[in-house]
Design a protein around this ligand. Structure first.
Ligand SMILES: [Zn+2]
Length: 549
């Protein structure tokens, strides 16, 4: 068993960290014997454990006692690294200098190590120069800046703890965020911001469309960003506009059915209120945020969406800042879908520090707003669904990849090839760490003038070939909830099995066991760290399949 000794202010972050790691643990109880104790900020004097991880960015009496020198580093400049990853640190960083053995796994740019291992009697202490749970709190509550968007920091923190436990032959079990039979989870979602070009006449949306479809397309052709065929499609789209307004031709922005064909499971976020812009945090009203469609326009599509493994969620306008409005927006969509549970993503990703609490109180199952408008990556530093601090039931399914972030000239402005390289890196992360890749491809993005449909089809094919489980956002939330419900008893996996209820249609869970013995590595791999070996049991509802990895 692993124990955590920390200050009261870190307890919530420690609890959530272990929901993401999902291994057996408890808060430190004096006098108990443990396999390992993780200390963050405090060190109990009477620890009975062979391994003690000591996290702190400031000097502790422990450091003075063992002649460790703690040298503060500027964490905005100094970036430790772990294996192939850079590890941004946000809440304080120190180099730990001692005459003993350096723990070279976590290194700083300077000659100093961020972690040091010392042996005191029969106990191993690993002293690490940052506060693990302060970092977790910062990432899940404040998020990380766009410059470090590509680093799934929390997964790296979990990997560091796991690897230290394995190196020290501590036996433990974990339930990784990897569904049985797959390598990771994929949610293909679509914010419905326009629905029909027919809704737009002489407004900024139409003028922007005309400019980008005509002159913009030609410029993109010259830059190699669009093909001649795509330019022709855009010009034809412009010419077809009168017939679309006369309802002779179908509206080329009404593409929801096409997504149902491309996706294996789709989630559409729909704005419940036509013509309402809502307000910003400062109270300003940005008229362009209002949408021009109303729910009656989508009515005919809804039964088809729901029948073809599609889900409807709320694309919130005011829900992020007002609980009563959040409740109203939820009820408007649920009156349409007649579903017992519904999730939400804010239009333009409006969100603040109190939004999660308000959405939780308003009865949403999940939120999927925590992401970037300007880039792709891990705003909360994780590939996983998590429970925002202060909420009782809501799960946050962070948004990772958004079409406009990849391609808009004001954002990343990538070519399709560059964008696919960026996506490939994130798929590599998913294969490495598991978790949920949340994609948002807007309703009009596979239509003129954007024509990001070929890229999207390639992306879906890539995610399928890499072993993604495609599901709706509600299914993803249910899967993560089921994983959170697993509790570990004295007999480990048996207790976990007992607490895992079978849920129709959801893939099972995996239980990985590290038996506390270091397996021998092939000679060629001796010089470089390899992933620890484990055995795995798959829990697929009532069916249990054991296999050795
Ligand atoms: Zn939107």
């Amino acid at each position: 068993m692993i124990a955590v000794a920390t200050n009261p202010e870190h307890r919530a972050a420690a609890s959530e960290f272990f929901e993401l790691f999902k291994t057996a643990w408890e808060f430190y109880r004096s006098g108990e014997e443990y396999d390992a104790v993780i200390c963050c900020g405090i060190i109990p004097s009477d620890i009975r454990a062979s391994l003690v991880l000591v996290y702190a960015s400031s000097e502790l009496s422990f450091d003075r006692q063992h002649q460790l020198q703690v040298l503060q580093q500027d964490h905005s400049r100094e970036l430790p690294s772990y294996r192939r990853w850079r590890l941004p640190v946000y809440a304080g960083l120190a180099s730990i200098i001692c005459n003993g053995k350096r723990h070279d796994a976590i290194a700083g740019k300077t000659k100093y190590s961020i972690a040091t291992e010392i042996k005191v009697g029969e106990q191993f202490f690993i002293r690490i120069g940052y506060d693990l749970f302060a970092e977790v709190r910062h990432l899940l509550f404040n998020g990380q800046p766009a410059q470090f968007a590509q680093v799934p920091v929390i997964e790296i923190h979990i990997t560091i703890v796991r690897n230290i436990l394995v190196e020290h032959q501590i036996p433990f079990e974990e339930v990784p965020p990897v569904p049985a039979g797959y390598n990771f989870i994929v949610c293909l979602t679509h914010d419905v911001d326009h629905f029909a070009i027919r809704n737009h006449k002489c407004d900024h949306t139409m003028l922007g469309f005309l400019y980008r479809a005509s002159i913009g397309s030609m410029c993109e052709l010259l830059r190699g960003r669009k093909s001649l065929r795509q330019v022709a499609r855009n010009w034809l789209a412009i010419l077809s506009l009168p017939l679309i307004y006369l309802r002779i031709l179908p509206d080329f922005w009404s593409k929801l059915e096409r997504y149902l064909e491309l996706d294996r499971a789709s989630t559409f976020f729909i704005v419940p209120k036509k013509g309402e812009a809502g307000t910003t945090a400062s109270g300003a009203r940005l008229a362009r945020r209002a949408v021009r469609y109303d729910l009656s326009q989508l009515q005919a599509r809804l039964s088809e969406i729901l029948a073809r493994r599609g889900e409807i969620g709320v694309h919130g306008i005011d829900a992020w800042r007002d609980t009563a409005e959040a409740r109203k927006e939820r009820e408007q969509i649920q009156a349409l879908t007649h579903t017992s549970e519904v999730g939400v993503r804010m239009h333009w990703l409006f969100f603040d520090s109190e939004s999660a609490g308000k959405l939780d109180e308003a009865g949403f199952l999940y939120d999927s707003t925590v992401g970037y408008n300007e880039t792709v990556g891990y705003r909360a530093g994780t590939t996983q669904a998590f429970r925002p601090f202060g909420t009782k039931r809501l799960l946050e399914l962070p948004l990772h990849i958004m079409d406009t972030a990849l391609f808009y000239p004001t954002h990343l402005n990538l070519s399709p090839k560059q964008a696919m390289m960026r996506v490939n890196d994130m798929v590599d992360d998913m294969r490495q760490f598991g978790g949920l890749l949340m994609v948002n491809w807007h309703d009009r993005s596979i239509a003129p003038e954007r024509l990001w449909d070929d890229f999207y089809a390639d992306l879906v094919g890539k995610l399928e070939s890499e072993g993604g489980w495609f599901c709706t956002a509600t299914e993803a939330a249910q899967w993560f909830r089921r994983r959170r419900e697993v509790t570990f008893g004295i007999s480990g996996s048996e207790a976990a099995l007992a607490s895992t209820r079978s849920e129709a249609g959801l893939p099972g869970l995996r239980i990985r066991s590290y038996d506390g013995e270091q397996r021998s590595q092939p000679c060629a791999a001796k010089d470089r760290p390899t992933d620890p070996s484990f055995s795995e049991v798959l829990l697929d509802g009532a069916k249990e399949v054991a296999r050795a990895i």
